[in-house]
Design a protein around this ligand. Structure first.
Ligand code: ZN
Length: 307
């Protein structure tokens, strides 16, 4: 090969390499969508009273999770395949203007972070905040996945609605989840059992996420993690999912959702679907707070440190 042929070949090889990378990215996306499709719930636990519209909001003003596109895709597919709801996915906060928001039955804060309504326009942030609170109080639904609690941590109304304010993630490993409500309709996915899963597990600020104020569904069990890493609850409760009421509205939150594969885990998808249908108002479920008497982190339990 002479030098001229070599020079001529270089751009082609660079182009070929770039195309290979681009195809690999495309295939990865397709395969995530395919994995979701293969693991969707077959049916919804409740029949929708009417056609339901859900706003999936994934704007980030802080850390941005790589799992957002997968999470949004899972909500779109699940709503469509079960007929439970239709998704509008956006990162445009103008959807929270009262006139636009009223078209929806519920809002999902999917891995949002930070102060997502912040604006240079005078009065706009307060208007959007009030619009969200009024929307929920009037009888609509609010759902949060994972970092929905790492959003507006200094806005008390939001912390009260969502139920918790993120205060650290001491564990990112395989953990055991305690099924606190084996017979609750929102936990039907877990067939009355505890389960193991790998994800980033949150702890919450002490003035939030209290079992005295909201109905806890799942919590971290102390069986396979180093409880010494946690610092907010020590041997107390580390909740993972809960439901609540707020005014006439309904709330469902689950902290699972850091990793992509959470959004094609068939049991987690079923759990989310039941929670979303509760928040929309189609699935009846008891949201009264209940005292928790069993928990892997109770004093005196032995804990095995995870490798
Ligand atoms: Zn995370």
């Amino acid at each position: 090969m002479n030098i001229r042929t070599l020079t001529a070949l270089i751009p082609v090889s660079i182009l070929a390499a770039a195309m290979a990378v681009s195809n690999a990215q495309k295939n990865k996306k397709q395969s995530n969508a395919e994995k979701i499709a293969a693991n969707l719930p077959k049916t919804a636990p409740a029949k929708p009273a009417k056609a339901r519209k859900v706003l999936v909001f994934s704007k980030t003003a802080g850390f941005r999770h790589g799992s957002i596109p997968t999470g949004v895709e899972s909500m779109k597919q699940m709503g469509k395949s079960t007929g439970a709801f239709e998704v509008t996915a956006t990162e445009d906060d103008s959807f929270f203007e009262p006139e636009k928001l009223k078209e929806f039955d519920a809002v999902i804060f999917l891995n949002t972070t930070g102060e997502v309504f912040k604006s240079k326009e005078e009065g706009r942030e307060d208007r959007l905040k009030k619009s969200l609170v009024d929307f929920i109080k009037s009888g609509k639904g609010l759902i949060g996945t994972h970092s929905a609690t790492d959003t507006y941590k200094k806005w008390k109304d939001y912390n009260d609605m969502m139920g918790g304010a993120f205060a650290g993630h001491p564990w990112h490993t395989k953990i055991r989840v305690k099924n606190l409500e084996p017979n609750h309709p929102l936990n039907a996915a877990f067939a009355g059992k505890d389960f193991e899963i790998a994800d980033e597990i949150y702890q919450f600020r002490k003035d939030t996420a209290s079992a005295d104020e909201r109905r806890m569904l799942l919590s971290l069990s102390g069986e396979i993690v180093d409880k010494g890493r946690g610092n907010s609850g020590k041997e107390g409760l580390y909740p993972i999912a809960w439901l609540d009421k707020y005014g006439e509205g309904r709330i469902f939150y689950c902290s699972l959702g850091h990793r992509d594969e959470i959004y094609w885990n068939p049991d987690v998808l079923k759990h989310y679907l039941a929670g979303i249908q509760y928040a929309i108002g189609d699935l009846d479920a008891d949201a009264a707070p209940k005292k928790i008497t069993t928990n892997g982190f109770l004093k005196g339990t032995r804990n095995i440190v995870s490798k």
